[in-house]
Design a protein around this ligand. Structure first.
Ligand SMILES: Cc1cc2nc3c(=O)[nH]c(=O)nc-3n(C[C@H](O)[C@H](O)[C@H](O)COP(=O)(O)OP(=O)(O)OC[C@H]3O[C@@H](n4cnc5c(N)ncnc54)[C@H](O)[C@@H]3O)c2cc1C
Length: 232
């Protein structure tokens, strides 16, 4: 069933890295209830046939303020992300949602292996923040790829989380291109090879996510065991 559309106020836009921005929205009609990992659809008044629908994952678990936090990367020439960059607090946008099945398994019985590249880290960060609210974070590894050192989204936050929780491991890698990164592949083989019981969740653009799913299948996983959220 289609989710109803409502208008949201822009609360703030904050630069996180040179090419990513956090956008906070406040739905004005009714609060949105959602699960970490889900996304909302923004209807943007641009493109050849407006509205241009663009999906954005929620970066923060639900909060008492009802604010929705998104993060977008600035796609060169991208109509949607360029429009979002031009917004200012007080502007308004129609949105609908939440949508999506890229959510944490219940209960987290196996080691969680979260793998994201760049803005693909957004839904994984939301999951980690909701897990960290529990007394003990379940056994989890985050493999985080960034295209450049300056674009390591949430790096300090993930470092601090790993320092606080012995059950959380953070493996940050820099790789200019999305595919074929040896260190990422080696880390996955070590963590998920030899029949190890892990739940893999991968988010990012297809050229990043799909070869990694194929790697899990090579390692003996059923395709359906590998949860994927692709952006393009
Ligand atoms: C379920 C879902 C969740 C998403 N969550 C996020 C999110 O949290 N943050 C976010 O920045 N984007 C997210 N996206 C992508 C987003 O909806 C837009 O596609 C993205 O902002 C590019 O739109 P655009 O109009 O600026 O670029 P377009 O003109 O549509 O150009 C897209 C091209 O840019 C490249 N590209 C570079 N970065 C991205 C990117 N992040 N997403 C898609 N294509 C990219 C692709 O290769 C593609 O060919 C999500 C998409 C889906 C389907």
């Amino acid at each position: 069933m289609a989710e109803p559309t409502q208008i949201a106020d822009i609360v703030s836009l904050t630069t996180l890295t040179p090419h990513t921005t956090e956008l906070v929205l406040r739905p004005i009609e009714h609060p949105l209830s959602f699960k970490p990992g889900q996304w909302i659809s923004l209807q943007l008044p641009v493109g050849d046939h407006p509205p241009l629908n663009r999906a954005y994952s929620l970066a923060e678990p639900p909060s008492s303020t009802g604010h929705l936090t998104l993060v977008f990367d600035h796609v060169p020439g991208g109509k949607g992300s360029s429009y979002l960059s031009s917004l200012k607090p007080g502007d308004r946008l129609p949105l609908s949602g939440p949508y999506g099945h890229f959510v944490l398994p219940e209960p987290e019985s196996q080691h969680l292996l979260l793998i994201g590249r760049y803005s693909g880290l957004v839904p994984l960060r939301c999951m980690l923040r909701s897990l960290a609210l529990q007394d003990s974070l379940p056994s989890t590894t985050l493999i985080a790829q960034a295209p450049h050192a300056a674009e390591q989204l949430y790096h300090d936050e993930f470092m601090a989380l790993a320092a606080r929780h012995s059950t959380f491991r953070y493996l940050p890698f820099i790789c200019v291109t999305p595919e074929g990164h040896d260190e990422t592949v080696d880390a996955i083989k070590q963590l998920a090879g030899n029949g190890r019981q892990v739940t893999p969740m991968i988010a990012g653009i297809k050229s990043f996510a799909r070869p990694l799913r194929a790697l899990f299948v090579e390692l003996g996983f059923d395709r359906r065991e590998v949860k994927l959220e692709t952006y393009d």
